[in-house]
Every structure is written in C-alpha cells, then in structure tokens.
Design a protein around this ligand. Structure first.
Ligand SMILES: Cc1cc2nc3c(=O)[nH]c(=O)nc-3n(C[C@H](O)[C@H](O)[C@H](O)COP(=O)(O)OP(=O)(O)OC[C@H]3O[C@@H](n4cnc5c(N)ncnc54)[C@H](O)[C@@H]3O)c2cc1C
Length: 327
C-alpha cells in the first residue's frame, strides 16, 4: 500500500509530492489529462500554445525567491520581459514586478517537480472513507485504491465536499470566497503589436497577454489570452457554456476596442470558465495536518491568490508531516 496518495498536480500537489517522495512511496491522482492545475498550458500544436490560467510569477517571499532563482538557473523558468502596459488609465508601464514564466509553458514547474513521481491522470477522486486505519479512495471511473495517508490540494469548495466529515477543527467554518473568471484563447492574424500584456481598469476585460511575446515559439499568427475581471466572471461563469460564442465575442470586442490591435481574421477561439480562480483573503493557518488519521490539506487558498501561496502552503504542510514518525 502506498504511504501517500496526493490529490492534484498543481503547484501545491507537485511541491508536497516532490518533498515526500524523498522518503515515502507516493502516487498522485489528477482529474485532468495533464499536470499543472490552474497553471496549465493549452497546447495548440507542437510548442505553440497558451498559458491557460496563471500568467506569470512575481515572487515576494525570500523562500520563494530563492526557489525560483534555482529554477531560472536550471532553465525551468525564465524572465518575461517586454511591454507590460496599463490601458484606460494614463498609460504607464508595469515595471514594478519581476515576471517569471515557464520556459515551455507555465506548467513547467509542476512538470519539473513531478518528473520522477507516479501520476495517474483523468482520475477524479469522488469518495473517501476510513477503512482499517487507512484511506479507501474511490474515483469517478469506479476505480479505487488504499493509502496510508491522504493529501488533498484542490480548491477550498472541492476539498470541503470531499473531506469535511473528517476535519475536526473549524477549517471548513471559514468563509473562503473564491473568485471566478472567464478566459478566451484567440489565434488571429499576425500584427506588429509590441505589447507583452495589457492591464485594464475596464469592468469586463481585466487583462490580456500576448503569447508570442513569451518567445517560446515563432508563428505566423498572433496568439492572445483574454481574461475577464472577477466581477464579470462572478456573473457569468455558471452560464457561459450555453452561450460560448456570445461571451467569446464580448471579450474579443473589448480587446479590440481597448488595445486598438487590428483584428482582421480569427482562426481559433476557445473559452473557459474558472469557477475557482483565486482567493484573496488569507486564513490564519497555512495548511492542515491531522496526524491521527493521516489527512493533510494544502493549497493556495490558505494564503492568497497566487501560485506562491500554494507553494508556501505545501512547504508548511511538509514541515508538519516531517516532525512525526509515520507508521
Ligand atoms: C485565470 C487565472 C489566472 C491566474 N493568474 C495568476 C498569475 O498571474 N500569477 C499567480 O501567481 N497566480 C495566478 N493564478 C492563481 C494560480 O494559478 C493558483 O494560485 C495556483 O495555480 C494554485 O495551485 P494549487 O496547486 O494550489 O491549485 P490547483 O492548481 O487548482 O491544483 C489543484 C489540482 O487538483 C485537481 N483536482 C481537484 N479536485 C480533484 C479531484 N477530486 N480528484 C483529482 N484531482 C482533483 C485539479 O484538477 C488541479 O489540477 C491564476 C489563476 C487563474 C485561474
């Protein structure tokens, strides 16, 4: 029986698995087809693709800065330079934060951390039970497994649904409000835009990224990622599936109007709703660990809205697990 089943291959799952794997047997279960969670990379063809969720890292804490510096040296991530502009305000450049991106895609960090770890994809955990002092895990496809310990790294509402019965503290009494957003991926005619990204203060379109500016590929068409504001996402993420074309056009028209980028021909669009995009109000703890039943929970939502918060949460959980002697 494996020592640890880890649910999720985003930064939190990848970080905790990488640490635990040095000492214990691990298996990662991920409901998607590939690694990365909300930092996934949507491939179009070959190297060409889009950062679908997370756009870039701006390390703030000393520990995360040191971790990302190592990844830059190992060529897992790199600096994203260029023109990061604000629109709708007096145009000013965003020089404030360092911007780091995956060398091939923003799921490169998860890929790097999970490279020697057994991962099972398209495995959505649906039920957990305690049986004979260990965990019985049942998946949506009716497969099942046993594990001595269980770590869940999904967004707050999803963990609550799976594990609230087993958590004795007030963790799930917290009101963790996760923001929602809509993302449109767009392939269009080549332009000479020298923008890398645009921030706006519009109430529909919040942020735009020029994927060609990340210099991962050369292509004779432009790839753009358009992200709605949280305010707009909150209103429309539950119903966008019935009117995909409508919402896609709203975001594209806003982009056209605000950026003045000349759209002559559109070759491809894709729209996705992130129901649990991010959480901006930190909790008082950084992770949860119950050594009696071997249940751990970590994720960005303990600490804030960014990938760094997931990394910090996973490290915090590992410190708690490390202190005890496991059966
Ligand atoms: C549109 C968007 C833009 C963003 N932009 C930025 C940014 O620019 N900078 C930044 O720092 N952060 C950004 N973020 C936030 C960042 O992506 C997250 O903070 C980070 O990726 C969270 O990592 P995580 O591992 O905690 O969670 P996740 O990445 O959500 O990982 C959880 C994993 O668990 C899996 N899972 C869930 N339930 C189950 C189940 N029942 N069974 C099996 N698997 C399951 C999921 O598929 C997922 O892979 C953005 C997020 C979004 C959505």
């Amino acid at each position: 029986m494996i020592d640890f089943a880890v649910i999720g291959s985003g930064i939190s799952g990848a970080t905790i698995s990488n640490k635990l794997n040095r000492k214990y047997s691990i298996k990662v279960f991920e409901k998607a087809k590939g690694v990365g969670g909300r930092s996934s990379f949507k491939r179009f063809k070959g190297k060409i693709g889009f950062d679908h969720g997370l756009q870039y890292l701006s390390p703030r804490s000393k520990e995360f800065k040191s971790f990302t510096n190592k990844l830059v040296r190992k060529r897992v991530i790199k600096h994203w330079k260029g023109n990061h502009e604000f629109l709708n305000e007096k145009i000013k450049r965003d020089k404030k934060h360092v911007k780091l991106i995956g060398v091939r895609g923003n799921n490169d960090i998860s890929k790097h951390l999970l490279k020697n770890i057994n991962c099972k994809f398209q495995s959505e955990l649906s039920v957990i039970k305690r049986q004979k002092n260990c965990w019985f895990l049942k998946f949506k496809d009716d497969s099942s497994t046993y594990a001595k310990n269980l770590i869940i790294t999904a967004p707050f509402p999803q963990v609550k649904k799976l594990a609230s019965k087993f958590v004795k503290t007030k963790l799930f009494k917290n009101k963790v409000k996760m923001n929602s957003s809509l993302t449109v991926l767009l392939i269009m005619n080549k332009t000479n835009s020298n923008a890398s990204s645009f921030f706006t203060n519009d109430n529909i379109l919040g942020w735009v990224s020029n994927e060609n500016s990340k210099k991962r590929f050369k292509y004779n068409k432009d790839l753009w990622v358009l992200q709605s504001t949280y305010e707009y996402g909150k209103k429309h993420t539950d119903n966008y599936r019935n009117k995909k074309k409508f919402y896609t056009n709203i975001l594209i028209n806003k982009f056209k109007k605000l950026s003045k980028v000349k759209i002559k021909k559109i070759y491809f669009t894709h729209i996705h709703g992130w129901k649990y995009s991010s959480n901006s109000a930190p909790l008082k703890i950084l992770s949860y660990w119950d050594k009696k039943i071997g249940l751990g929970i970590c994720g960005d939502w303990f600490g804030g809205p960014r990938l760094e918060n997931g990394w910090l949460s996973a490290n915090n959980l590992y410190k708690k697990i490390k202190q005890i002697k496991l059966k």
